[in-house]
Write a protein that binds this ligand. Structure first.
Ligand SMILES: [Zn+2]
Length: 106
């Protein structure tokens, strides 16, 4: 009977290592995929995939996509722009958005 127990123990050990190996393989696959995605998407437009170009708007550095015209703002960029002259462009943009909404409701 001793051999049967030894075999069972070995089988359980093998199962454990097999599971651990699979987990490690899955993690490696996931990491490789993430690296690939990050490598492909870095500096690319999330909307159309074209290469984004740096630009400066009112002294604030932004990223612009030449294909679809999308503009990306950093965490402080919108705040910086709003603080620069909030009574002009920001207000106009904000009110234009509100008017658009009102038009749609009528
Ligand atoms: Zn784009």
């Amino acid at each position: 009977m001793a051999n049967a127990w030894e075999e069972r123990k070995k089988a359980l050990e093998n199962e454990y290592f097999h599971k651990k190996e699979n987990e490690l393989l899955d993690k490696m696959k996931h990491d490789a995929q993430e690296t690939l995605i990050q490598g492909c998407c870095k500096g690319r437009c999330p909307k159309c995939g074209d290469e984004i170009e740096p630009m400066t708007f009112r002294g604030v550095p932004l990223d612009k996509c030449p294909s679809c015209g999308g503009i990306w703002l950093g965490p402080n960029d919108l705040k910086m722009l709003a603080e620069k002259d909030h009574r002009t462009w920001f207000d106009r943009w904000f009110h234009a958005e509100q008017e658009e909404t009102t038009d749609q409701e009528v």
